[in-house]
Write a protein that binds this ligand. Sequence first.
Ligand code: HDE
Length: 702
Amino acid sequence: MAGQADDQARKAAKYGEADVSVGAGGETHQVAGGQCPVMTTQQGIPVSDDQNSLKVGARGPTLLEDFHFREKMFHFDHERIPERVVHARGFGAHGYFETYEPLTDLTRADLFQRKGEKTPAFVRFSTVAGNKGSADLARDVRGFAVKFYTKEGNWDLVGNNIPVFFIQDAMKFPDMVHAVKQEPDRGFPQAASAHDNFWDFISLSPESMHMIMWVMSDRALPRSFRFMEGFGVHTFRLVNAEGKSTFVKFHWKPKQGLQSVVWNEAVKINGADPDFHRRDLWDAIQAGDFPEWELGLQVFDEAFAEKFAFDVLDATKLIPEEEVPIRPVGRLVLDRTVDNFFAETEQVAFCTQNVVPGVDFSDDPLLQGRNFSYLDTQLKRLGSPNFTHIPINAPQCPMHTFQQDGHMAMRNPKGRVNYEPNSWGVGPRESPDKGFRTYPAPVEGPKLRARPETFSDHYSQARQFYISQTDIEKAHIANAITFELSKVETPAIRSRVVAHLLNIDKGLAETVARQIRLKEMPKPADALKPTRQDLPPSKALSIVQNGPKSFAGRKVGALVTDGVDAGVLDALAAALKAEGVTLKLVAPEVGGVKDSAGAWRDAHEKLEGGPSVLFDAVAILPSKDGAALLAGLPAARDFVADAVAHRKFLGYVADAMPLFEKAGVAAALDEGFVPLKAAADAQAFVAACRKVRFWDRAGAER
Ligand code: HDE
């Protein structure tokens, strides 16, 4: 635990941990529960009574001179800062990035110069549309924002878990965000794209069709942040010490594998645990199961950009991995939860403009617009140009500027000199060698408000994404669009969406049209360019084809009652532990159960609070009497029926059959049901679980 102590000391040093509750010279006094510091006001004045405001007589009016009350209330009244307009709901963690090999051929970026270099990093994952208090499992894009604290300044790679975006030009961002967020008159729906305004905008913006396929796929329902990819989306530049530039796209690949939940599960998880994703990340890091992603680069030159079928500056397009393979260059490990959510996760200020020497922008018009928006946003949210003085935003390398003053300035220079040039011989100076130098890309042309013709194919990659999916994933896309359009009240909008789908895949359009009972099939939408039929499927675009290799990092819920077979439970626990899986006991009462050997087993969840949607697989382990009891409980029947409908693997003991009968699943025990009779069966159960879902089982999809 020495490491942990070091960690604490380091944090204390870094965050200037002057415990605000210690005042009055750090005096302590004995109270019930221990020796505690004396409470003070913000001015350090010891407080005698924190229970009662100062009044005239016990029943009289409160006095204005009660400075302790006034300060306490004043501070409370100002606790909130504006939430992010988008990505308001998020969750962050600390970690590091480790460079595999020097990338000196590609970039002079300091963090890529030395093998094994560890660069501190902070990551914030988020949903986009919902407000701060919304549920984690909304159908939505996820933000994947990484701040690298490099030795040459902070580099923010502010990405998403989807490699393309809705729009091509930043000019449309406010419209797109207005359309997806709650409608302005009614203030709902929150964190849901299933409403008229969103689909109205989308159906009038064919450029969004590729992104729509991703958002309607299971990518928008990640099992947790740990099981999703990240993408820088735009084309960026890397520039080496000789000034040579290469184009690059950034990818994060989760070591845990890809995994999503199904829609019916997402809806139920949002009720059972709206904090499902943040809790998952917190729990994993606290348990020492540090999630990890590999950073991969797709590197290409001008010649490739010229011959590629689409414009590399168009953020609604990706470059298939089959065309430009991904080169792994390092790993990101998240190994520390935050000490304070507000100080770190809420106040972290990502800016796409934060690049370091060796990384540069491309002319992607979306990226160019972002470079304005993020800095502007931070001033609004954090209230001062000094937001870089907040520890989470401060670089962890020396910095020297002549910028001064402003609200809450925490780094105040000493001495007389606050300008340059000066003849005092003090203060920082620019460095043509070490300093960031913009890649001198030649640009010329008339000033125009126009979209390049090379941005005008809106359907070909949408089709490529669709045909790259397995059948079950295709069905999920069709069902998602069906669900969303069923919430759209205006029939003309539904029809317009189907008109676009006809340009993507006729079968998909027909399925959706049937499932929403469209009276008349529309004509395909007018297309600037016909959909290319020659783009081959890309395996990398499917989740199911990129599943995990092991079941590690997952959670199994065991439904237990008094009399649970101690041998079976122990064997299961051992097999899961060996695989790196967490076992949670779900029991009729939270106090726990007595096993067959008479030993007490503490439960983690009461049945009604621990539905099977919270687990990746389940084990149904009641005793004979227990099964009879559970069969009468709706929550127990749902536990089983949902696990089956969501195509999870179920380990079970023979005594569970009466419950299976009542849950309506007894007649069809398929290979996804693994009997647990002897210890060896636990291994078979774990082996089955590595597939995560038993997709061959008929599920809830139509
Ligand atoms: Fe953002 N985006 N965005 N965005 N974005 C914000 O910045 C914006 C875009 C992304 O965890 C805001 O600090 C514009 C693409 C993430 O704190 C704001 C455009 C991608 C986060 C903003 C885009 C992203 C944001 C709101 C179109 C993926 C959360 C609060 C030109 C590559 C970062 C804030 C965090 C946040 C503007 C499009 C990712 C308003 C103008 C494309 C992960 O500045």
